[in-house]
Write a protein that binds this ligand. Structure first.
Ligand code: ADP
Length: 248
């Protein structure tokens, strides 16, 4: 059934902050190699949902299973990251003073301190992995520049490349298109589609043009639960979604 086939399975998840229900019996499944867009007005619970999946917030009640066997409600953030769940926040956290390729190298070696990593010889395998990751995130031509010199969009891709170095099975991405040019936005949609060939991707996004470009199933959250789910056309034609977005 759904429990066993889904990569991520949330059922009846509630999170309460001081009596306020940020998530209210939320149920949602993400399949293997599925990309899903999560939309919903401010305060709908999108961030709280990501916090539950990554172990930053513990739900009061409900089920959160990864690969049908890992209970995310009982694991800490580090263990969840080890399972292959990566999260990209809106603000990139790259090392500005280091080159693009050194940022990728550091991401490949999270178990080691920066100095030994940067001053030791790269193995042939490391070089190949760095090359492949740079190619994937379209930064091969910028590999020797310091990360601080990159455009906003390129920094976002670099951070995505650093997350891909961990070979995630599920990548959570918070508003990747925010602040990007139209061309960068289109390239980001291509990049995420490409990533979804080997991993599942959950994208929280406000930019509906970008969501349309992604062309994936959409889940609209409101007041901590799923208001509507389906194609963007179906969701945006839903009466309740229209009411929520128009604030009536
Ligand atoms: P979204 O990401 O969809 O904008 P959030 O998950 O950030 O929504 O927030 C859902 C609701 O929970 C909001 O009303 C927010 O104010 C509240 N909330 C989120 N985190 C906390 C917290 N740590 N303490 C108290 N209230 C919170």
């Amino acid at each position: 059934g759904e429990v066993t086939s889904a990569l991520l399975y949330l059922d009846d998840v509630s999170v309460t902050f001081d009596g306020f229900r940020a998530l209210n019996r939320l149920s949602l499944s993400i399949g293997a190699n599925e990309m899903r867009a999560i939309i919903g007005p401010n305060g709908a619970g999108k961030t709280t949902m990501m916090d539950v999946i990554t172990g930053k917030t513990r739900p009061n009640t409900g089920t959160a299973l990864f690969q049908a066997r890992h209970d995310l409600t009982r694991l800490d953030e580090a263990s969840i990251s080890q399972l292959g769940i990566g999260r990209k926040f809106q603000t990139p956290t790259v090392f500005d003073m280091h080159t693009v390729e050194d940022n990728i190298l550091l991401a490949l070696k999270t178990d080691r301190r920066p100095f030994p990593v940067l001053f030791s010889k790269r193995t042939r395998e490391e070089k190949e992995r760095i090359d492949a990751l740079l190619e994937r995130v379209r930064l091969t031509a910028s590999r020797h520049r310091s990360a601080g010199e990159l455009s906003h969009g390129q920094k976002q891709w670099l951070e995505i490349g650093m997350l891909l170095a961990q070979e995630p099975k599920l990548l959570l991405v918070d508003e990747p298109a925010a602040g990007m040019t139209d061309q960068e936005t289109a390239d980001t949609a291509d990049l995420l589609r490409e990533i979804a060939k080997t991993a599942s991707v959950v994208v929280v996004e406000h930019d509906m043009v970008f969501v349309r470009d992604l062309g994936v199933k959409v889940t609209c959250l409101h007041e901590g639960s799923v208001l509507a789910e389906g194609s963007l056309d179906a969701v945006s034609a839903n009466e309740r979604v229209i009411e929520v977005y128009l604030g009536r």
